[in-house]
Design a binder for this molecule. Structure first.
Ligand SMILES: *[C@@H]1O[C@H](CO)[C@@H](O)[C@H](O)[C@H]1NC(C)=O
Ligand SMILES: *[C@@H]1O[C@H](CO)[C@@H](O)[C@H](O)[C@H]1NC(C)=O
Ligand SMILES: *[C@@H]1O[C@H](CO)[C@@H](O)[C@H](O)[C@H]1NC(C)=O
Length: 448
C-alpha cells in the first residue's frame, strides 16, 4: 500500500506542483490529505505526513506546520515546528514567514527553543515582517517586541541599530523595552539576575551546551533559591524559586524536568516533591511521596523515579518508593534489607544500587551494598565495600559504579572504590586529594 501510494504520489506531482529543486508547499496536498482523513484511509494519511516530513525545508516548513495543524497531524506538526525553530535564521527569509499572521509570528518568536547565533536575528525578523506591510502591521510593533529579548543584545547594537529604527522610535511601548535593555546593561551582573523579565532569559535550543542546576540547600537554614550555571557564558542565572524550602533533597532530571524529592524544610523532613520545567522556568508541585525523607537517594530506572531510604526525622528508612510521571503517583516497592540514611545510589546495567549509608538503629555507618531488580521487585545484597561509607558520592562510568569518599563516624574518607557488576567485586582506586562526605558526583564529557 505505502509503496503504491508513493508511486502514485510521485506521478501526481511530478512536473506539476512540486518542483524538486526548491520544494515549496503547494495546493495539491490540500486536496489529498483531507480526503484521506474523510475516507478513514489512515495509511494514506500516514504516508502523506511522512512524505511531507521528508520534504521539510526553510521555505516550506511554516506552510507544512499550518497544514499539519489544520489536519490534526500531531507528529508532523511537532516536527515542522521544531524544524522552524532550528532553522529560524533561514525561515525568516522565506515568503511564508512574511505572510504569517501576527499570532503565528508571536508564537514562533516567543519560543525558548529558537536556534540563533544572536538575538539580532529575532529583532531583524520582526522589522522585516512589519516592513512587509508597514501601514497595516506597524501597530503590532509593541506586541512583537514583547518577545524580542533586547537585554541579551550587545549595547552597541541597541544604540546603533535598535534605537535608530523608525518603527521603534514611533512606539512608546517599544521604547520601554529598550529602556529595560539599557537598564539591564547598566546594572552590576549580580543585580541583573534579579530582573524578573522573560526578556532577560537565554533561549535554550536543543543543541546548545548543557546547564547545571543547583536547587535549594542550607544558608544557614533551608532555602528556596535555584540557580543555573551557563558554562559557555560562565555565569549563574537566578531562576524560578522552589515553591517551598528544601535541603538534603534527592534530585534527578527526567523527561525534560528536574525533580526535587523530599528533603528537610528547616523544621520537618518532607514528603513533598516539586518539578521544574526549564522551558517555562516554572516549578510545579507533584504528588507527595508516601514517606517523609531527607538524605535519600534518588535515581531513574526504566522511566520511573525512585526515592530510596533516607531519614524521616527519627529513624533511617529502608522503604523505597517509585513515581510514575504519567499517573502522577508514588507507590512503595520492596524495601531494602537495611535502613539507610545518607545513602548513595546509582544505576548500572538496568539495576539500582544502594551504597552504604547510616543504619539509625545500630548506629553504624555501613559497608554493605544492595541492588534492586525492578522486574523481580527484589533487593539483593552484593559484595560489601572494603570500608564503611555513609554519605558516599556515587558515580557511574563505563558500566562501573564508583563510591567516592563518605565517612565512618568522625572519620571522613578520601578513598574511592569501584564496583564491577560482572565480577561482583569492589576494588580500591586512587584516593582523592581531599577527604569529603555528602559530595555530589556526576560524569561529563571531557572538554577537547
Ligand atoms: C507612527 O505610528 C502610527 C500608528 O501607530 C502611524 O499612524 C504613523 O504614521 C507612524 N509614524 C511614522 C513616522 O511611522
Ligand atoms: C515545613 O513543612 C511543614 C509541613 O508541610 C510546614 O508546616 C512548615 O511550616 C514548614 N516549615 C518551613 C520552615 O517552611
Ligand atoms: C531481574 O529479574 C528477572 C526476573 O527474576 C530476571 O529475569 C532478570 O535477568 C533480572 N535482571 C538482571 C539485570 O539481573
Amino acid at each position: 500500500m505505502s509503496q503504491l501510494w508513493r508511486k502514485t504520489w510521485r506521478s501526481l506531482h511530478t512536473g506539476w506542483c512540486w518542483p524538486p529543486a526548491v520544494p515549496t508547499f503547494t495546493p495539491c496536498l490540500q486536496v489529498l490529505l483531507p480526503a484521506a482523513g474523510l475516507l478513514q484511509l489512515q495509511d494514506v494519511k500516514k504516508t502523506c505526513c511522512e512524505f511531507l516530513e521528508s520534504q521539510l525545508h526553510p521555505v516550506n516548513c511554516l506552510g507544512i506546520r499550518a497544514f499539519a495543524d489544520m489536519h490534526a497531524c500531531t507528529d508532523l506538526l511537532n516536527k515542522a515546528n521544531t524544524y522552524a525553530e532550528q532553522h529560524f535564521a533561514d525561515v525568516v527569509l522565506s515568503e511564508e514567514f512574511l505572510n504569517l499572521g501576527i499570532e503565528q509570528v508571536c508564537s514562533l518568536i516567543s519560543s525558548d527553543k529558537l536556534t540563533i547565533s544572536s538575538e539580532e536575528k529575532v529583532f531583524e525578523a520582526v522589522i522585516a515582517w512589519v516592513s512587509h506591510d508597514k501601514d497595516v502591521r506597524q501597530e503590532f510593533m509593541a506586541r512583537l517586541m514583547e518577545h524580542v529579548r533586547l537585554p541579551l543584545l550587545p549595547r552597541e547594537y541597541l544604540v546603533q541599530r535598535v534605537e535608530e529604527e523608525a518603527l521603534v522610535k514611533n512606539s512608546s511601548a517599544c521604547k520601554d523595552y529598550l529602556i529595560e535593555a539599557m537598564k539591564y546593561h547598566l546594572l552590576p551582573t549580580e543585580q541583573r539576575v534579579l530582573m524578573k523579565s522573560v526578556r532577560t532569559r537565554l533561549r535554550t535550543p536543543m543543541n546548545l551546551p548543557k546547564l547545571m542546576v543547583v536547587v535549594g540547600g542550607q544558608a544557614p537554614k533551608a532555602i528556596r533559591s535555584v540557580e543555573c550555571y551557563d558554562f559557555k557564558e560562565e555565569r549563574w542565572h537566578q531562576v524560578a524559586e522552589l515553591p517551598s524550602r528544601r535541603c538534603r533533597a534527592g534530585m534527578v532530571y527526567m523527561a525534560g524536568l528536574v525533580f526535587a524529592v523530599g528533603g528537610f524544610n528547616g523544621s520537618l523532613r518532607v514528603r513533598t516533591v516539586d518539578s521544574y520545567d526549564p522551558v517555562k522556568d516554572q516549578w510545579t508541585s507533584v504528588a507527595n511521596m508516601r514517606d517523609r525523607r531527607s538524605t535519600l537517594g534518588a535515581a531513574v530506572l526504566n522511566g520511573l523515579l525512585y526515592a530510596v531510604g533516607g531519614f524521616d526525622g527519627s529513624t533511617g528508612l529502608s522503604s523505597v518508593e517509585a513515581y510514575n510521571i504519567k499517573s502522577n503517583e508514588w507507590f512503595h516497592v520492596a524495601p531494602m534489607n537495611t535502613r539507610r540514611s545518607s545513602v548513595g545510589v546509582g544505576v548500572v546495567g538496568g539495576l539500582l544500587y544502594a551504597v552504604g549509608g547510616y543504619d539509625g538503629a545500630s548506629r553504624q555507618c555501613l559497608s554493605t551494598v544492595e541492588c534492586y531488580n525492578a522486574t523481580a521487585n527484589e533487593w539483593t545484597y552484593i559484595a560489601e565495600m572494603g570500608t564503611r561509607r555513609s554519605g558516599a558520592g556515587v558515580g557511574v562510568l563505563n558500566n562501573l559504579l564508583y563510591a567516592v569518599g563518605g565517612h565512618d563516624g568522625p572519620l571522613v574518607r578520601k578513598s574511592v572504590e569501584v564496583y564491577d557488576p560482572t565480577t561482583n567485586t569492589w576494588r580500591q582506586v586512587a584516593d582523592m586529594n581531599m577527604c569529603r562526605r555528602n559530595a555530589g558526583v556526576t560524569v561529563i564529557d571531557k572538554p577537547l
